[in-house]
Design a protein around this ligand. Structure first.
Ligand code: NDP
Length: 254
């Protein structure tokens, strides 16, 4: 149960990385945070930690690709002021010629259809209040391609277009649509998941990069954008580490 007057923020993929950091920061900013992800133990532990620190936090196991589960989750909320569509990620780094269609399908399912599911399910609640906010966590991969990235790049481009189109369609309602597009972020699982547990390959992504972004850096940009006055819509915020000039131009020291 959310205390009367406390705004509610739903964060998908809150069990690790950027989602967990965002849940922490939004809880600190005064939101009752609903942490969702498939791994219930991890979100329950984070919710307990936040609650012990005096914040309002609730964990709900949720697979964003499961529409019925998303609808059931949404119908159990008293209100929703902020939705952070963060659940997502990459699978594989194969060229188009040999990429596995199953990986492409999975990336579309989580990054695009997952975001569609949660946004559709929560839009009525976001619209019902004084001012709702939909955050879509895309990537610089949603804006430019790179070799070996086509499946993820295509999914993130689609997710970006979902955000842009939604903003056009709901103008005039009290809901803003914010796209956050990070470049290289060193989180504990993103690259390892991409390379299916191959930690050596994963480490090469960040090799020689002095300071990749951290999950906290991205959570900070999300929290900043969300906490602007309701009439201020940060359409798109691209954030990269200083060492990364583009998806393909990264300064590395040997
Ligand atoms: P992580 O791998 O640490 O986090 C991904 C999160 O998504 C996990 O909490 C995972 O939780 C959740 N997730 C995956 N599949 C599902 C699903 N079907 N249903 C619900 N939750 C799911 O990665 P990051 O924190 O680095 O990335 C978070 C977001 O930021 C992603 O959308 C990613 O594409 C994007 N991004 C990341 C960048 C980076 O360099 N790291 C750069 C730019 C954007 P669980 O497994 O428990 O379900």
């Amino acid at each position: 149960m959310t205390a009367v007057g406390t705004p509610v923020a739903v964060v998908t993929g809150a069990s690790s990385g950027i989602g967990a950091a965002t849940a922490r920061q939004l809880a600190g900013a005064g939101y009752h945070v609903f942490l969702t992800a498939r791994r219930e133990d991890r979100i329950a532990a984070l919710a307990a930690e936040l609650t012990a620190a005096g914040h309002q936090a609730t964990a709900r196991a949720l697979d964003v690709t499961d529409r019925a589960a998303v609808d059931a989750f949404a119908s159990g909320l008293d209100r929703c002021d902020v939705l952070v569509n963060n659940a997502g990620g990459a699978l594989g780094a194969d060229p188009v010629a040999t990429g596995d269609p199953a990986d492409w399908r999975r990336m579309f399912e989580v990054n695009v259809i997952g975001t569609l599911h949660t946004t559709q399910a929560l839009l009525p609640a976001l619209t019902a209040g004084d001012g709702g906010t939909v955050v879509v966590l895309t990537s610089t991969a949603g804006h430019a391609t790179y070799e070996g990235g086509a499946g993820y790049v295509a999914a993130k481009h689609a997710e970006r277009v979902l955000a842009e189109t939604l903003r056009l369609e709901i103008v005039g309602t009290p809901v803003r649509v914010i796209e956050i597009a990070p470049g290289m972020v060193k989180t504990e699982e993103f690259a390892t998941t991409r390379f299916r547990g191959d930690t050596e390959k994963a480490a090469k992504i960040y090799a020689g990069v002095a300071e990749p972004l951290t999950a906290d850096d991205v959570a900070d940009t999300i929290t900043w954008a969300v906490t602007r006055p309701p009439h201020v819509n940060v359409d798109l915020l691209v954030v990269r580490p200083r060492a990364q000039a583009s998806n393909t131009k990264v300064h590395r020291t040997p």
